[in-house]
Design a protein around this ligand. Structure first.
Ligand code: 5RP
Ligand code: FE2
Length: 224
């Protein structure tokens, strides 16, 4: 069944010399969330932003600042990202042995707690964590880089996780390879939030509103 989704543009695909302006342009183009990909060169083979960048961007984000931590360890940095203005902090299940403690620390810092799972992680791993998460981020690519192709097997995983979380106030987010061609399948499988970097930011600021609207329509099954 089709339902309206929230598009979460990832500034990973933006102009790194002008990220404040990118966040403003995305907000003006109708983005309710801004997804910030934090990578440490250790948990993933790429390095991007830290809490200082999030704090600098915060005044330029009108909606939800959604911080995706691809770092290990996570716990020493939670307070810094919360103080930087994150609304949602998402940590990876694979980032350490004490993810339950991490999720509680995120809520304790006043943020919504997100849990991300890599493509190779089974859904049974999240079963005991459902009371402690507000958002479940299903990685539909291997984390570390934008512009990859969505792994088709992840669509069934989204469907299974939607069933597992039924009746709970948990939003399902998909991250990686969301395009006009793939948005419909993940939305139909139950995703509520679609992260999209390349698909939204391609064409520059003049194209953002059109790209966001096209992705929303594609998720609903409207031909675009
Ligand atoms: O977490 C991520 C990569 O690890 C990014 O959020 C994701 O890849 C978005 O980029 P794109 O839409 O271009 O795939
Ligand atoms: Fe991400």
């Amino acid at each position: 069944m089709s339902h309206a989704v929230t598009i979460c543009p990832s500034i990973l695909a933006g102009d790194f010399a002008a990220l404040g302006a990118e966040c403003r342009a995305l907000g003006e183009a109708g983005a309710d969330w801004i997804h910030v990909d934090v990578m440490d060169g250790h948990f993933v083979p790429n390095i991007t932003f830290g809490p200082q960048m999030c704090a600098a961007l915060r005044p330029h984000v009108t909606g939800v600042m959604d911080v995706h931590l691809m770092i290990a360890p996570v716990d020493p940095y939670i307070d810094a990202f919360a103080k930087a203005g994150a609304d949602v902090i998402t940590a990876h299940l694979e980032a350490g042995p004490h993810v339950h403690r991490t999720l509680q620390a995120i809520r304790g810092a006043g943020c919504k707690a997100g849990l991300a799972i890599n493509p190779g992680t089974g859904i049974e791993a999240v079963g005991h964590l459902l009371d402690d998460i507000d958002l479940l981020c299903v990685m539909t690519v291997n984390p570390g880089f934008g512009g990859q192709s969505l792994i088709p097997a992840m669509v069934e995983k989204v469907r299974a996780l939607k069933a597992l979380t039924a009746g709970r106030p948990i939003r399902i987010q998909v991250d990686g390879g969301v395009t006009l061609r793939t948005a419909r399948s993940v939305a139909a499988a139950g995703a509520d939030l679609l992260v999209a970097g390349s698909a939204v930011l391609q064409g520059g600021p003049a194209a953002y509103a059109r790209n966001i609207a096209a992705l929303r329509d594609a998720a609903l099954g409207v031909l675009v």
